[in-house]
Write a protein that binds this ligand. Structure first.
Ligand code: ACO
Length: 336
């Protein structure tokens, strides 16, 4: 029995900055509304045609993480890729990363758990490492949202929130069982699947030929839908529960937290959690102001930035927590 620890972190975001004022030129919104409701000031959007995809951004983040881990790409035993915006309907981006990084023919698994995707991914990696099956696992979270958003006023409740980017982590075997990932906690409630969803194209209700045949300018089925207030209310409850669950499992309390890195869904959600657990500003890492909600990429981007800023120190107790479409939610308790 082993633990797993994060030995390398990296992120990549496209250069193109889209401010709230930029959005207000194409839809009826304002910098004041977006900042007040979400905390977001700007986000990154891939410029169409510049070659960046969910996979290529993931590969760029992965290269940084592997280099920082100080291992060779061929030391990686398994790849896990979390996204809701894959390059292809199939195959998933895990195998594309294997190909593009030139890694030998190791297994590649795709995780479809949206904003919780990275926490689900490291949980899977952790189990493989704990059992001794694999030693080094690459976990990537990457999203290219911008090409699939409704950038008209009709889509403003969703489109202003999401941004593009990628983050990656290398998890490795740790023999000291008091260090590394202490536990992970995963949940789902499919009853609310459609409250935050993108229904088409899918084999369930509408495939591409249905969309083409209908040729309906009012068709919103291929844009993301979010029942914002319902999602918000569930998010604050589930975030709190799953953080407490993780702490209690390890006989810890909120006062033991050195740094909480929450999924960057909405600054108001992070602030609610911070207040609930009595944490100081420097105990909760937020970067949603710069990147918006990058879904599966948001935790690894935030964690990398926190680490680069020296906010993650040896011996610190870190909590990662996420909630999103599915609904799915999860947490990871890490002794750095
Ligand atoms: N600009 C200006 N006005 C807007 C915008 C916009 N971008 N978007 C909506 N509005 C308007 C609405 O039309 C509405 O107007 P009305 O009162 O005249 O009908 C009004 O603002 C209020 O709209 P609400 O949707 O009620 O706004 P709310 O305060 O709930 O904020 C938000 C919306 C930011 C989306 C919030 O509900 C939220 O953050 N929800 C949670 C998001 C989340 O956590 N997602 C999970 C992760 S995502 C994932 O897993 C993929």
């Amino acid at each position: 029995m082993y633990n797993s620890k994060i030995i390398g972190l990296g992120y990549y975001v496209p250069e193109n900055v889209v401010t709230n004022d930029d959005l207000s030129k194409v839809m009826d919104t304002s910098d004041a509304w977006i900042q007040e409701r979400t905390g977001i000031k700007e986000r990154r959007h891939v410029v169409k045609g510049d070659g960046d995809t969910t996979t290529s951004m993931g590969v760029k983040a992965a290269k940084v993480a592997i280099e920082r881990a100080g291992i060779d790409k061929d030391d990686i035993d398994f790849i896990i890729f979390a996204t809701l915006s894959p390059d292809y309907y199939f195959p998933g981006p895990g195998v594309l990363v294997q190909r593009d990084l030139g890694i030998k023919t190791v297994g590649a698994l795709d995780v479809r758990n949206q904003c919780s995707g990275f926490v689900y991914g490291i949980s899977v990696a952790d189990q493989y490492i704990k059992s001794g099956m694999y030693k080094n696992i690459l976990v990537v979270g990457s999203e290219l949202h911008s090409h699939g958003l409704d950038m008209s006023t009709r889509g403003r409740g969703v489109s202003v929130i999401f941004g593009d980017g990628a983050g990656a982590a290398v998890l490795s075997r740790e023999e000291n069982l008091e260090k590394g990932i202490l536990s992970t906690h995963l949940h789902s409630e499919g009853q609310h699947a459609e409250e935050l969803s993108l229904i088409a194209p899918g084999m369930g209700k509408r495939w591409v030929n249905d969309i083409i045949e209908d040729n309906d300018p009012n068709d919103e089925s291929y844009y993301p839908y979010m029942n914002g207030q319902f999602v918000f209310k569930n998010a604050v409850v589930r975030f709190s529960q799953v953080i407490l669950e993780g702490l209690e499992t390890n006989n810890l309390t909120p006062t033991d937290i050195d740094l909480l890195v929450p999924h960057q869904a909405n600054l108001r959600i992070s602030q609610f959690i911070q207040k609930k657990f009595g944490l100081q500003d420097d105990q909760v890492f937020n970067n949603i102001m710069k990147y918006g909600n990058t879904t599966a990429a948001s935790i690894p981007i935030a964690l990398t930035e926190a680490w680069e800023a020296g906010k993650v120190k040896e011996g610190d107790l870190l909590v990662l927590a996420a909630f999103g479409s599915g609904f799915t939610w999860g947490s990871a308790i890490i002794k750095w």
